[in-house]
Design a protein. Structure first.
Length: 117
């Protein structure tokens, strides 16, 4: 069994920055592909960014060049640095840990990010 817990959400003005953190309580962290998803009201959950164990990152077009995902193997942490935030980035952000061998997924409870003046 494992779990992931997000932190760092909040209210920020347009153009501002915010950093999200995800603590993963899993064994063999290196077997997990880590990702951030988000879900805005009335919309489906969508992939924001993911990162492999080797550090290869993938981003949704809507956040490229603004968001940066990273991971710390020693601390079993994943981060999402969000810059130049826009109102359309407002959503609940979820951390996901996906085991690349047995396809088990762990989801966090989500953290609210609100971009508004």
């Amino acid at each position: 069994q494992g779990q992931v817990v997000e932190s760092g959400g909040g209210l920020v003005q347009p153009g501002g920055s915010l950093s999200l953190s995800c603590a993963a309580s899993v064994s063999m962290f290196s077997f997990y592909k880590m990702a951030w998803y988000r879900q805005a009201p009335g919309k489906q959950r969508e992939l924001v960014a993911d990162i492999t164990s080797m550090g290869n990152a993938n981003y949704a077009d809507s956040v490229k060049d603004r968001f940066t995902i990273s991971r710390d193997h020693a601390k079993k942490m994943v981060y999402l640095q969000m810059n130049s935030l826009k109102p359309e980035d407002t959503a609940v952000y979820y951390c996901n840990a996906h085991h690349t061998l047995n396809n088990v997924d762990y989801w966090g409870q989500g953290t609210q990010v609100t971009v508004s003046s």
